[in-house]
Design a binder for this molecule. Structure first.
Ligand code: FCA
Length: 342
């Protein structure tokens, strides 16, 4: 079969995947690339690595708001591995998109993603997880918006320390469980920031124990902490930190499984979006608080920055960082309401 005869099938198949693979496709998703040039709405993609995580759903919700406010079409795609990510980019290009925001499932895909975006002439902003180049260093030439991770980690460490003091726990009976995911730089910086704040406040370094997660989700954290708890039967009270709410939720579930009462556990997460059900429970659990990140900056502003870059050639800053604030059972309802999350 000659390539020219084969081509219509390839295009049809590509568009088919494009339409079924999107969380929501805009009305003209099947329109050719020419649509963008002929004065119809600009189309942008928003690809995330873990579409089931409330954090990413909230990023999408805010990006949708930006699309409605500014008048562009947004195509949301969950891409959980490298193959899905690269085909999502191809499909965005085939559907006439002009750029995308992405939280990649693997930061080492950075060079391949940047190459594909350049080949398709798509503008690109990395959100949350920063691309890593073939030299192992962050790709500083790719536009990025993410957490000021060490600072956010320090917020967590300080919150843990304050609550430990409020509960009058003897340091001798207390241990720190740091659920780590060190292959991801933003995760490593967060747990290191928490550990640094605790040691600066005087907590003994030899009572800080790491539980490395194999997967960055609740079961991954629970499995890692199950092992740690067996190794340290001497610890009566646990302080828990991790890269995000899921890490701390998994750890808290593990302490419950080992018979620890909620009063003997202080867990402080990060995101503030994946712990709403937990903080809403009628009785407190060991999940005490979280650093509420600015989902609006990560969802609305990245989409807006990309839109203005495509439309007006206004290039965004190369590196933008955000922090957030601590929420707990006493203030979370009000704060979430104030921030348009609830
Ligand atoms: C990473 C984590 C998410 C969220 C985000 C800001 O991508 O996996 O849970 O914390 O950074």
């Amino acid at each position: 079969m000659k390539p020219s005869l084969f081509r219509p099938f390839v295009i049809a198949a590509t568009l088919g995947v494009f339409l079924t693979g999107c969380a929501k496709s805009s009305p003209d998703a099947a329109a050719p690339a020419a649509a963008a040039a002929s004065g119809t709405k600009i189309k942008l993609g928003f690809i995330v690595k873990q579409p089931e995580e409330p954090w990413f759903q909230l990023e999408w919700k805010f990006a949708d708001q930006a699309a409605a406010d500014l008048g562009f079409d947004l195509v949301k795609i969950g891409a959980t591995d490298g193959e899905k990510t690269l085909s999502a980019i191809n499909n965005l290009a085939a559907g006439g998109a002009q750029g995308f925001v992405i939280c990649t499932p693997d930061v080492k895909l950075g060079p391949a993603i940047a190459k594909s975006a350049a080949e398709h002439n798509l503008k690109l902003i990395a959100v949350d997880d920063r691309f890593v180049g073939s030299d192992g260093q962050p790709m500083a030439n790719v536009h990025y918006l993410g957490l000021s991770a060490r600072k956010v980690g320090a917020n967590v460490g300080n919150a843990l320390n304050a609550e430990m003091k409020a509960r009058n726990w003897p340091v001798a009976e207390t241990g720190v469980c740091a659920v780590t995911f060190e292959e991801l730089d933003t995760a490593k910086e967060r747990t290191e920031g928490a550990i640094e704040a605790l040691t600066t406040a005087g907590f003994p370094a030899d009572k800080i124990f790491k539980a490395p997660q194999k997967t960055s989700d609740i079961p991954g954290a629970r499995d890692a902490v199950n092992i740690l708890l067996v190794q340290h039967p001497e610890v009566k009270h646990w302080l828990i930190c991790g890269m995000n709410d899921s890490a701390v939720l998994g750890a808290v579930r593990s302490t419950e499984g080992r018979g620890f009462a909620a009063t003997d556990v202080i867990g402080v997460g990060i995101n503030g979006t994946d712990c709403i059900d937990e903080l809403s429970k009628s009785s407190p659990t060991g999940f005490f608080a979280s650093n509420l990140n600015s989902a609006k900056d990560h969802g609305y502003n990245t989409a807006k920055m990309l839109f203005e870059w495509v439309k007006d050639n206004k290039e965004p800053p190369l590196d933008t960082r955000t922090t957030g604030m601590i929420i707990n059972r006493s203030n979370f309802m009000q704060v979430l309401k104030d921030q348009g999350i609830r």
